[in-house]
Ligand binder design. Structure first.
Ligand code: SF4
Length: 452
């Protein structure tokens, strides 16, 4: 059977979709390969959220095809959804599959191979483009390919987003919000736990608004909190994470959940996007900085010591120096444990990309604000790492470190990376304590003190 390689760019959602498609290929008898050089089928799953990811994906496909033309090449994911058949001409690929059709990828590849073999001409062009919507497509991302001793897994609980933030392409590439039934998600988590998974991360573009259109509020609890409670009951699951939430979905019931669901990891990632009310309004983010501050304070009160991280965009159209300084002041006040700072870049098809040229912030200014804010984030966050030296932290060991395969790596509940010398067979997939000896740049180093 042909060998398949899927390269993924973008978010955890894309990684999760790739895992699902890979599993479907394996079930159909295909072999997955780690590199594209020996693959007969090369697919790229990429997002459209940042221009950089699109450019990388197009560059990668160009490189693959220049080296050797595989039997089948294709794009799937958000970029495929937003560009559609344009990619067949632009990148000479055989297949373009949108975000609601991942479950059709294997059939399409089969079909292209059959047609090509029938003509005995591998470079014959039989392109298939499918970017249609499909009801219930959110229920098709549910299978997992786990590595040996893998103890952490992503679970996709919904697709789409109705928020229409003016900078974001997601509502146009992932469609309307659609949640999976709680029972199906819990069954998936149980199957993962039976295979040794201890930590699940629930995924959705707007995860804490999960199910708001499909399922009722029960006893004052939103569908998302009902889901958290149900997943919390699954034996074997010891940590629950979720990403990415929206501030407006952080209601009283979700904050309270941090007080009585101990498996909820002590970390929230909550994108603020700007510290200026004027810019938030322009971004179509329906909260004020005062509300955001109050929210973070209530989350910190509910679970003392919880780590809070955020996303922020600098240089959004119309952002003046004064607006930027408001963002800076917000960061000084809230003292995030870490933050992803993005320079605004236009995404084709979004309202912000249509904002007048006069409002666009020069690249140089964006870069200066980016560097300045990053320096502030580091100056606040890195001492928090130093303060952990000499302390014991509990980690879930993920296996060999990506940067040094001689050492092992794991994450604390607060999502801090810890690197240590250990025994891969004994430690991988286990939760235990590590005594911190040293703090580096957003990484801790230590020695295991006990097996949990
Ligand atoms: S809530 Fe998130 S996914 Fe939805 S439009 Fe806004 S940024 Fe995009």
């Amino acid at each position: 059977m042909p060998r398949v390689h899927i390269k993924t760019y973008g978010c955890q959602m894309n990684e999760r979709d790739t895992e699902q498609v890979s599993q479907m290929f394996v079930e159909r008898g295909y072999t997955m390969t780690a590199t594209d050089t020996d693959a007969d089928v090369v697919l790229i799953n990429t997002c459209s959220v940042r221009d950089q990811a699109e450019q990388k994906a197009l560059g990668k496909m160009g490189m693959v095809r220049r080296r050797r033309i595989p039997l089948v090449t294709g794009f799937m994911g958000c970029m495929a959804q937003s560009r559609g058949s344009e990619l067949v001409d632009k990148a000479s690929v055989d297949l373009v599959v949108g975000t609601q059709k991942y479950h059709r990828v294997v059939d399409y590849v089969d079909e292209i191979i059959r047609k090509k073999e029938a003509t005995l001409m591998d470079d014959e062009r039989f392109s298939i483009v499918d970017v249609e919507e499909e009801e219930q497509s959110q229920n098709t991302i549910r299978d997992h390919t786990l590595k040996e001793k893998q103890a952490s897994a992503f679970v996709s609980i919904m697709q789409g987003c109705n928020m229409k933030c003016t900078f974001c392409i997601v509502p146009y590439t992932r469609g309307e919000e659609r949640g999976r039934p709680i029972a199906d998600i819990v069954e998936e988590v149980k199957r993962l736990a039976d295979r040794g998974v201890k930590e699940v991360t629930l995924l959705g573009q707007i995860v804490n608004l999960y199910g708001r259109h499909e399922f009722p509020v029960v006893d004052g609890k939103s569908p998302f909190v009902q889901l958290l409670e149900a997943v919390h009951e699954v034996p074997g699951i010891q940590r629950i994470r979720f990403t990415s939430p929206h501030p407006i979905g952080y209601k009283k019931d979700l904050i309270e959940a941090f007080t009585y669901l101990p498996k909820l990891a002590e970390h929230v990632h909550l994108p603020v996007q700007s510290g200026s009310d004027a810019i938030l309004k322009r971004m179509h983010r329906p909260y004020s900085t005062a509300k955001f501050i109050d929210l973070i304070e209530r989350i910190r009160a509910a679970r003392p010591g919880i780590a809070v991280t955020t996303d922020v965009i600098v240089g959004f159209p119309g952002e003046t120096e004064e607006h930027y300084l408001e963002t800076r002041a917000l960061f000084e006040k809230l003292r995030f444990d870490n933050a992803f700072v993005f320079r605004y870049s236009k995404r084709r098809g979004t309202p912000a990309a249509e904002m007048e040229d006069a409002l666009q912030v020069p690249e140089k200014v964006k870069e200066e604000r980016n560097q300045d804010l990053l320096a502030l984030v580091n100056s606040i966050a890195l001492p928090m790492y130093d303060a952990l030296v000499g302390k014991d932290v509990e980690i879930l060991c993920e296996g060999p470190s990506k940067t040094n395969s001689e050492r092992l790596t794991g994450r604390t509940g607060s999502n801090r990376i810890v690197v240590f010398d250990g025994n891969p067979a004994r430690h991988t997939g286990e939760i235990f304590k590590v005594r911190i000896k040293e703090a580096g740049h957003f990484t801790l180093f230590g020695d295991p003190v006990m097996l949990g």
